[in-house]
Design a protein around this ligand. Sequence first.
Ligand code: GLY
Length: 351
Amino acid sequence: MEPTKKPFVVDVAIAGGGIIGLSLGLELRQRGLSVAVMERGQAMSSASWAAGGMLAVNDPQNPPELLPLSVRSWALYPAYLDRIEALSGRHVPLRTRWTLQHLESERESDGVLTEAEIVEYAPGLDATGHSFKLLEEGSLDPNDLREALPAAFRAAEGTLLEGTAVLGVESTAHGVLVETQRERIAAGMFVNCCGAWAGGPRLGGLPVVPVKGQMANLRCQPERLRCVVRVPGIYLIPRGDGRVTIGATLEHAGFDETVQEPSIRQLIEAALRLLPEATTPSQMESWAGLRPGTSDGLPILGTSKTKHCWHATGHYRDGILLAPVTARVMAQAMLGESPDVPLEAFTPARF
Ligand code: GLY
C-alpha cells in the first residue's frame, strides 16, 4: 500500500490568487511567515484583471463606512507599488492622478470646476449637462499588476499554487488541514480570499454574491483626456497610451462572465456622448468580470466561525483600491496586533 503523502506545511494558507490574496501573502511574507496561495485557475485572472483600476477613494457611491479604509489604502499605495516593482522588476505606474467627479447635487457648489478648468484636464470632454469637481485620485491598469504581483509574491519566496482548487478546510488542534485538487496543506491559519467565489459552502458559506461588470476599450488621443471621468452610469479611464477603458455594467447574473453586445453598445454610446472624438478599435476589446458583492456594500474582514480561519473578501467595486490596506489590517489582526483601521464594521459576524 502506498504511504499517505505528508502534507505541505506552511504558516498561512490563502485560497484565492487575486489581488487580495496575493497582497496579503506578500505582507505576511514581509513579516517572516511562510505562505501558500492556492488559486483554482490562473493568478490575477478574474476580477483583479477585469477591474477598471480606479483608486476611487471619494466615489460618492461608496458607503461612508468605507472611507477610513480607502483613505489609508491610498496612503499605502506608493510603498505598495514600490515593493511590487522592487521584487518583480516590473513597473506598475499610476496612469492617471486626477478624477473629474460628476456632482450629484446642485447644493454641492464648493469646488465646482469652471469650463476652462475642465478643459485643462479633459479638452476632449463634452461636459454638457454635468458639473464636476476635481478629486486627487489615481488609477492604474490592472494588466500591469497581472504579471507583477504574482512575480513579486514568488520573488518574496511565497508559494503560488495555480490550478489548485480548495476542496475542503478542516480545523485541527493547532491550525487547519486544507484539502486541494493536488495536495494537502497543513497551515497555522487559513484565509478565504476567493472574491466572488468566497461564498462557496467549502469556504464557510458567506453571503457574497457575484455582481457582473462588462467593460470595453475605446481609443482617443492621450492629451484629449488626461484624467478619469465619472458620471452616473459610466466612467472613462484613460491609460495614457490612447486606450480609454469604459465601464461598467452592474448585473446580478450569477457566475455568468459572458460579454453581451447590447450592453457594450450602450456603454459605448454613453462614452461617446462624453468623449465624441473617441473611436472603437478595429478589433473590439470588451470583457466582463465578477465583483464580490455584499448586502451592505462593505468588505468582509475578520475571523470565520471555523477555528484558525479568516475571511478577506467582499470588496465589491474597490478591490484594487483596498488591496494594500486589506493586506495590512488582516496581517495585523492575524498576528494579534491592533489594526491601522478598526475592523468592527467589516466583521464576518455581522451576517
Ligand atoms: N471599480 C469600478 C467598478 O466596479 O465598476
